[in-house]
Design a protein around this ligand. Structure first.
Ligand code: FMN
Length: 345
């Protein structure tokens, strides 16, 4: 095998090396439902769990970090959606206080540049969520340790360019390589099976970040009715709300999100829309279980979710399925190389 291929293969494990994990599978920050028990279960299984800060007070955030730390000695991180609140200072204080127990912080929804050096100096790895080549380049230049490329198949807030995972990941990988950046890339958005993990690796990613699939796990604090809805959902079960405000938020289709879409047809002002899209309405459905009275984030891969399972089992199965899918590679490579099927006829 030519050296260049071997080099690429070695590089494929960069994400695991950077985060100190066994499988290249990251749990995305999950507003309201990214609890400590879930993060710990994912890390215990060899993935990278993250405690979410969105939808929690600084005290609750600290409590979930403590809980995760009490349940696993493996690396895990935290997520900060930068522009979701006016002042992140109390959350940054929690992170600094817990920095000896945290491996990384992931930054999304805002400009990460001024924050990256600060967290790196504190000994943390910094993961940056991006949804375009330009953002990925800027994040790499600013010193991000991992670039997450999220296509708009993803659950929750997405980039307004609406690039798909399939199109975005290889463009980011090629751009970073041509700039000479050695930073690992994780693909996110719509990934809920091992075959997709294998596909992400084939696109040049070093691993994946997964959100919706981890909501449908036993350890996730999401209400059982939300998890059930994910299991029952199919390929057409998600919709994008907030486009009227130049934002892209993927949620489950339900009477509440249909009501939002109806309102958005009439180009509402932000003041008119805000009472519907506030975080409280996410909580009502996702935590309190009144699933038709609020909205629930979900990605397009939800049709692949068949049951609610322990998170560790999900991590191990994603990895095993990916390995099985990758075994098709040599045969496919031979067909493509030789055109065997056509010429045998
Ligand atoms: C319930 C839910 C809540 C989310 N909350 C956040 C968040 O607070 N911060 C963030 O950076 N991303 C958030 N996301 C995005 C995820 O971290 C992840 O990138 C995304 O879910 C990947 O796509 P998938 O849902 O198709 O797997 C959320 C996604 C879901 C499904």
């Amino acid at each position: 095998m030519p050296d260049v291929v071997n080099e690429e293969l070695k590089a494929g494990f960069r994400l695991c090396r950077v985060l100190g994990i066994r499988y290249p599978i990251i749990e995305g920050g999950l507003a309201h439902v990214g609890n400590g028990r879930l993060a710990a279960a994912i890390s215990e299984a060899g993935g990278f769990g993250q405690v979410g800060s969105a939808g929690r007070s600084p005290e609750q955030f600290a409590g979930e970090i403590d809980l995760a730390a009490s349940l696993t000695s493996r690396p895990f991180g935290v997520n900060i959606p930068i522009s979701e609140r006016k002042d992140n200072t109390p959350y940054f204080d929690v992170i600094m206080k817990h920095r000896h127990r945290l491996a990384a912080v992931s930054l999304s929804a805002g400009n990460p540049r001024p924050l990256i050096p600060r967290f790196k100096e504190a000994g943390l790895r910094v993961l940056v969520l991006t949804s375009t080549v330009g953002q990925a380049r800027k994040a790499a230049e600013a010193g991000a340790d991992v670039i997450i490329c999220e296509g708009f198949e993803a659950g929750g807030h997405n980039g307004p360019a609406e690039l798909t995972t399939m199109a975005l990941v290889p463009q980011v990988v090629r751009a970073l390589r041509s700039d000479g950046h050695d930073v690992p890339v994780a693909a996110a958005g719509g990934i809920a099976s091992g075959e997709q993990v294998a596909a992400a690796l084939m696109l040049g990613a070093d691993g994946v970040q997964v959100g919706t699939l981890f909501v449908a796990t036993e350890e996730c604090e999401a209400h059982p009715a939300y998890k059930r809805r994910l299991v029952e959902s199919g390929d057409e079960s998600t919709v994008v709300i907030e486009r009227s405000q130049g934002r892209v938020t993927r949620v489950l289709r339900n009477p509440f999100s249909e009501k939002i879409l109806e309102l958005e047809k009439h180009r509402p002002s932000m003041e008119e829309l805000l009472p519907f899209i506030v975080g409280r309405n996410n909580r009502v459905a996702a935590i309190e279980g009144k699933i038709d009275e609020g909205y629930m984030n979900a990605g397009q891969g939800t049709g692949l979710i068949r049951e609610v399972r322990p998170a560790g089992e999900v991590v191990r199965e994603l990895a095993a399925e990916a390995a099985r899918a990758l075994q098709r590679g040599p045969v496919l490579a031979e067909w493509i190389r030789t055109g065997a099927d056509v010429y045998r006829i």
